[in-house]
Structure formats: structure tokens, C-alpha cells
Design a protein around this ligand. Sequence first.
Ligand SMILES: [Zn+2]
Length: 65
Amino acid sequence: MTDRAGKCHRITALASASRERSLTPVEKAGVRFHLLMCGPCRAFVHNLKVIEQAAHQFNGQNNKS
Ligand SMILES: [Zn+2]
């Protein structure tokens, strides 16, 4: 069980890092495979994307005015 929690921690760390650097093919495969089995991590990655999109929209509105 602790093994799984450790894996989730690693996956969410990788997902966060992927915004700043490209993941290696092995890392990407690991993340994708883990997301297939793990709902909480799927939700985490989804939230990352939503936050990122919201930030982009906010920046776009700022630039217009
Ligand atoms: Zn997980």
C-alpha cells in the first residue's frame, strides 16, 4: 500500500515537472500507464491542465486591456 502511495507521489511530481521540461519517453509511458489505473492521479493531472488553461485565459484578458 505504501508502495502505491509512493508511486502516486512520483507520478504527480512528474506531471508537475512536465510543465517545465519534456518528460523522457520512459517517464511519459510510466505516467500514462499509472493514470489508467489511478483515478486520483488522473484528477490531479486534469486539474493541472484546467489551472494552466485558466492562467492562459487570464493572461490573454490582461494583455487585451
Ligand atoms: Zn496514483
